[in-house]
Design a protein around this ligand. Structure first.
Ligand code: GUN
Length: 296
């Protein structure tokens, strides 16, 4: 069992150790990478995510800042705060935690972020560069999936990758990355979604399955082929009165029924999550370096 388990925390630690060295070098040149996360509203999961990001910054030597705003914040107020962050020399990365309250148009708001500080890789300009094969920043979760595959020695080149879910944060950008002629990508990609008529026909052929559709334990053992690599991006809260918190966390994969068949699998929690944060720190360091290069 242990040899099948992908230890996301260990991979994240490795990435952060590499980053610490780069951060020290930047500090020696008078630059401390800075990341500001903006959180609007009181979504409890978002608060946990943002606090985890800030903690990870601190541990690696990045200046992490969190701006928490009430859910009634107007779009114009948020746009003004983003403009101020764009102008600040000590802020290299800006992250607007998703989801925003319903009265704020998320895509419209991301347009306000300086693309060279868009460490989430969500700005349409960054999506465009990525799609064209010349990325500035890669979105953190799909980037993390690529990094995991590299770390466990699985090269997607020529393999069939099936992505479940076509969301803007994971499914769509991951599909666009996986089909690129890049090292660690170059796969044959299929994206399944609510319009797919028979998902199991696709998943059964997959060498690599990435589940990112937000449905608890959707992928079961009978849906996958022997030896498949399964990456579970889902984080679902399932109500359970027997638990202290009243819920438990699970992924989009039914871990227990898949375990026997897979060659490798990520757990939830402790799989993709910690690596996503590590890639955010990576992008922040990259943003700081970009600024340094642009100043020279
Ligand atoms: N909400 C869920 N995932 C993410 C992410 O990667 N970035 C941001 N900004 N919000 C999110």
């Amino acid at each position: 069992m242990q040899e099948k388990l992908i230890d996301g925390k260990a991979i994240a630690r490795k990435i952060k150790t590499e980053l610490k060295e780069e951060i020290e070098e930047l500090k020696a040149q008078g630059i401390t990478p800075g990341l500001t996360a903006v959180l609007v509203g009181d979504d409890p999961a978002s608060h946990i995510y943002v606090n985890n990001k800030a903690k990870a910054c601190k541990k690696t030597g990045i200046n992490g800042e969190v701006i928490k705003l009430p859910k009634e914040t107007k779009a114009e107020e948020l746009a003004k705060i983003i403009a101020e962050l764009n102008a600040r020399d000590d802020v290299h990365g800006i992250l607007i935690q998703s989801p925003l309250p319903k009265h704020i148009d998320e895509l419209g708001m991301i347009l306000n972020v300086d693309p060279l500080k868009d460490v989430d890789g969500f700005h349409p300009m960054n999506i465009g560069y990525m799609l064209l094969g010349s990325p500035i920043f890669l979105a953190c979760t799909p980037f993390g999936v690529i990094r995991i595959l590299d770390d466990i020695g699985v090269d997607p080149k020529g393999k069939k990758v099936v992505i479940l879910g076509r969301g803007n944060i994971v499914g769509k950008p991951l599909a666009a990355m996986m089909m690129q002629k890049w090292e660690g990508c170059n796969a044959t990609v299929t994206v399944c979604h609510t319009g797919t008529s028979n998902i199991i026909d696709e998943t059964k052929q997959a060498d690599i399955i990435v589940a990112a559709m937000g449905m608890p334990k959707f992928v079961t053992g009978d849906m996958i082929k022997e030896g498949a690599v399964v990456i579970d991006v889902g984080v679902n809260r399932v109500d359970d009165p027997s638990k202290k918190k009243g819920y438990y966390l699970c992924g989009d994969v039914d871990f227990d029924s898949c375990l026997e068949k897979v060659s490798k699998i990520t757990p939830v929690p402790g799989g993709v999550g910690p690596i996503t944060i590590a890639m955010l720190l990576y992008n922040t360091v990259r943003a700081a370096k970009l600024k340094l290069v642009n100043q020279q």
